[in-house]
Design a protein around this ligand. Structure first.
Ligand SMILES: [Zn+2]
Length: 281
């Protein structure tokens, strides 16, 4: 799709799986399994790691990078990570883009399923995957990632960002505002401190990449909040602020982790918010 000067593509970097109960928090399985995959024998539900590729005449911008392929075999098995068919490299090749061509990488936050692809192992050394890019993350989130709570510590692996920082390639965003022309950061604090939702807008259209505020289309109803969230009541407040705006203004929402629904619009109905027009796989 085209928004202003940008051509936007949505692509996947690999599939993985997460515990269904953790993904839906207090919502009982008989309810959440009506709107999402019911899980395998280990109660893991099918997820994907989706990214945005935003191109203009001068720039090739990525938003998030998926899990990457540095993960330890034990972790790969726990998360059922599979990037044999889909990967960031294969997807970029399809668009005729090499890693060297990426000018900017916006990271919503530094959990491994968003920032894992930001660095890569080359000759036994972990280096930035995109050698000519500026990377962007919220300063407050970076501080949290380096001293996380015991609750989300397992999701932070410093090898996903320290090589970028050490190479002087990390730019720190601080609060809401424009990162690049027409591309805005909206910091959110429920999932993890200062995760940045990204919006791309022109006069007619807003596309939003809310990351783990709405990881799947099934997370649109207010009580569907992940057990992974550090501050679930903050997530609830953030959903109460943004879902009405998303519905009223007809934003196209990209669901970063939904294996089945790529994007959709939020609809406000008598029973609350739900996913209207969907783009499915
Ligand atoms: Zn996360």
């Amino acid at each position: 799709m085209q928004i202003g000067q940008y051509k936007i593509d949505i692509f996947e970097t690999g599939d993985f799986a997460l515990d269904g109960g953790a993904m839906f928090g207090v919502v009982p399985k008989p309810l959440w399994s009506k709107s999402y995959h019911a899980g395998d024998e280990l109660n893991r539900i099918a997820m994907t790691a989706r990214c945005l590729l935003i191109r203009s005449a001068e720039r090739n911008i990525l938003v998030d990078t998926g899990c990457g392929d540095k993960m330890h075999p034990k972790m790969r098995s726990i998360y059922d990570l599979d990037n044999s068919i889909k990967s960031i490299d294969l997807s970029l090749v399809n668009y005729g883009i090499a890693a060297d061509d990426i000018t900017d990488v916006i990271l919503t936050h530094l959990h491994f399923d968003h920032a894992g692809g930001a660095t890569v192992m080359r000759n036994g050394e972990t280096v930035p995957t995109f050698p000519n890019a500026k990377y962007y993350v919220q300063k407050k989130h970076f501080e949290w990632a380096n001293a996380p709570s015991e609750k989300d510590r397992a999701s932070f692996m410093p090898e996903n960002w320290m090589p970028i920082v050490n190479a002087g390639m990390m730019e720190f965003t601080d609060g809401p505002g424009e990162i690049l022309n027409g591309i805005n950061a909206v910091p959110l604090n429920g999932h993890t401190p200062a995760m940045q939702m990204i919006t791309v807008s022109d006069e007619q259209t807003t596309l939003a990449f809310p990351a783990d505020l709405l990881p799947t289309a099934a997370h649109i109803p207010l009580p569907y909040i992940m057990g992974y969230d550090n501050y679930p009541l903050t997530t609830l407040e953030e959903k109460k602020i943004f879902l009405p705006q998303m519905a009223e203004e007809g934003w196209l929402i990209v669901f970063e982790h939904d294996r089945f629904t790529i994007a959709g619009k939020v609809v406000a109905g008598e029973k609350g918010f739900s996913c209207g027009e969907k783009t499915i796989i």
